[in-house]
Design a binder for this molecule. Structure first.
Ligand code: AKB
Length: 320
């Protein structure tokens, strides 16, 4: 029997791109997209879609049974900045959705889970540079606390119930197909939109705030590579460190200026600065490299060139 995949949170930043790639591999009808909002995105209209609020355990179970789902990619979450503004929803959505899906696997209804963690699991006492896989982890945001708790549940469910759950600690993700929503690293996506449309961007982080980031094609490749690896090669069941490229707002603005010569950036910090200051600047992902041959492909220059090319075409097509 071929695998049937359910992507929960398919209209979000990662989901939009992941569904496209998974459908290329598994076939359109074998990848069920699902989200709390009905989709207007063309990319998601090429295959099955289910309306799903992941807090509704009964509906989730019905969908899993109806489509004979074997793998779940659980992408629905409240990210760092939004969760700080809605603490209770951040905690309950991030935790309950995760335990619903882990329990489906424990009870034998699904075989494999992908659950994203984040660099937000680290905190102000974590070494900032080349942050190791195993280190001090004292997150001080609701999102970070929920992700760290989730990582512990992953390992627990694997050890105790043999649940095949796999996870990556995503850095800030940058892509052109979907907007970012509710994260602290969103500036690195918004800056491209504003550079192309207005040649000006007001940044809510200071110019020297260096953070770990990754271009979306790298993130999608890492996710699929991890999910397709043999179970024996996965030595970390909590969540893998994953590294792409590190930069600060000034560095990305300089790179964008090479494509948009009149581009101007101004800085006006807000509450997200404190969140960013608690996170690492760069990540050591040697376990991912050794266990399943991970290697990122995009540096800052290559990413900016590709982002601007694709985003400019997208805006041109919108006005046509
Ligand atoms: C956020 O900024 O909250 C996310 C993340 C780093 O997990 N992009």
């Amino acid at each position: 029997m071929s695998d049937k995949l359910l992507v929960i949170g398919s209209s979000g930043q990662i989901g939009t791109e992941l569904v496209l790639e998974l459908r290329k591999i598994y076939g359109e009808k074998n990848v069920i997209a699902s989200d709390i909002r009905s989709t207007s995105k063309k990319t998601l209209q090429n295959g099955p879609f289910e309306l799903l609020d992941v807090m509704n355990e009964k509906k989730l179970f019905q969908i899993v049974k109806k489509h004979k789902i074997t793998q779940v990619y659980l992408l629905a979450a409240l990210l760092s900045a939004r969760a700080e503004k809605n603490i209770e929803l951040g905690w309950s959505l991030n935790m309950r959705s995760h335990s619903h899906v882990l329990d489906l696997a424990k009870e034998g209804f699904i075989k494999k889970i992908f659950w994203p963690s984040s660099i937000a699991v680290f905190g102000p006492n974590t070494p900032k540079k080349n942050t190791p896989q195993f280190t001090i982890m004292e997150p001080n945001t609701v999102y970070g606390i929920s992700k760290l708790a989730g990582e512990r549940w992953n390992e627990y469910y694997f050890n105790k119930f043999n649940v095949d759950v796999r996870s990556l600690r995503y850095p800030g993700l940058i892509g052109w197909r979907a907007k970012a929503g509710g994260g602290t690293t969103d500036y690195a996506v918004n800056i491209f939109h504003d550079a192309i449309q207005k040649q000006k961007y007001t940044c809510y982080l200071s110019k020297n705030t260096t953070l770990p980031m990754m271009y979306m094609p790298d993130a999608i490749e890492a996710t699929i590579k991890l999910m397709e690896s043999k179970s024996e090669s996965i030595t970390i069941r909590s969540s893998y460190n994953l590294s792409g490229v590190s930069f600060n707002p000034e560095e990305i603005a300089n790179e964008i200026s090479k494509h948009v010569p009149d581009f101007e950036i101004i800085y006006k910090q807000d509450y997200r600065q404190k969140i960013a200051d608690s996170w690492p600047q760069s990540i050591n992902d040697s376990y991912a490299k050794n266990d399943w041959n991970w290697q990122s492909k995009y540096d800052l220059k290559k990413m900016c060139t590709d982002m601007i090319k694709n985003l400019s075409t997208q805006y041109l097509n919108l006005v046509k």
